[in-house]
Design a protein around this ligand. Structure first.
Ligand code: IMP
Ligand code: MG
Length: 183
């Protein structure tokens, strides 16, 4: 019998991995000064817990703000994600770290990076809790490469730790593979 939920990454594994990522990020951004802190952009809603835990482990000056990008709206094609929040955050001369829950086809992060690089960010990197490289759109393979990855996973649909299925299961304490067709 197929299970509806199967633990893929436990809460303890995720928390331990976040500490490692935070150490890597703090090291790479050692040059950051308090007068121009790292601008951490949490991608709502999925990345809320990951961002909150990550920023509290960073040892460099940082500021947190929020963006929200919708991949689908009404009949709009899936290929054109649009900003619902944060498009106009002033990033001129800022070092920006976008924090995402999961990078899948790559089109969301492509849109976000394009927007903020057009607006004059000094640098843009991506930290994602999960990466599903096998799902990346071919034309984005060389373009959307997260700089900090919690875990690379196979092509599963996952929920928990901020990730949802139609707004359900976000608060589950572990990252679970979700099979809506299981008994
Ligand atoms: P992309 O634009 O295809 O890379 O999609 C990224 C967004 O799709 C993520 O920020 C998630 O909101 C959502 N997503 C992709 N895969 C999953 C999954 O396995 N579980 C929950 N949400 C997902
Ligand atoms: Mg998302």
């Amino acid at each position: 019998m197929k299970e509806r939920f199967t633990v893929l990454k436990s809460d303890a594994e995720i928390r331990a991995r976040i500490k490692e990522l935070a150490a890597d990020i703090s090291k790479d951004y050692q040059h950051i000064q308090p007068d121009n802190p790292l601008l951490v952009l949490c991608t709502l809603r999925g990345a809320i817990f990951f961002s909150a835990d990550l920023v509290r482990e960073l040892t460099i000056p940082c500021e947190i703000n929020f963006i929200k990008v919708q991949s689908y709206q009404g009949t709009r094609p899936a290929g054109s994600p649009i900003f619902e929040l944060g498009e106009r955050i002033d990033v001129r001369g800022r070092e920006v770290l976008i924090v995402e829950d999961i990078v899948d086809t790559g089109q969301t992060m492509d849109t976000v990076m394009q927007n903020f690089s057009d607006k004059g960010a000094a640098s843009i990197r991506i930290a994602t809790m999960l990466d599903k490289p096998s799902r990346r759109y071919q034309h984005l393979v060389d373009h959307v490469k997260p700089d900090y990855i919690g875990f690379q996973i196979d092509d599963y649909f996952v929920v928990g730790w901020g990730l949802d299925y139609n707004e359900d299961f976000r608060l589950l304490p572990d990252i679970m593979i979700y099979d809506p067709d299981a008994e």
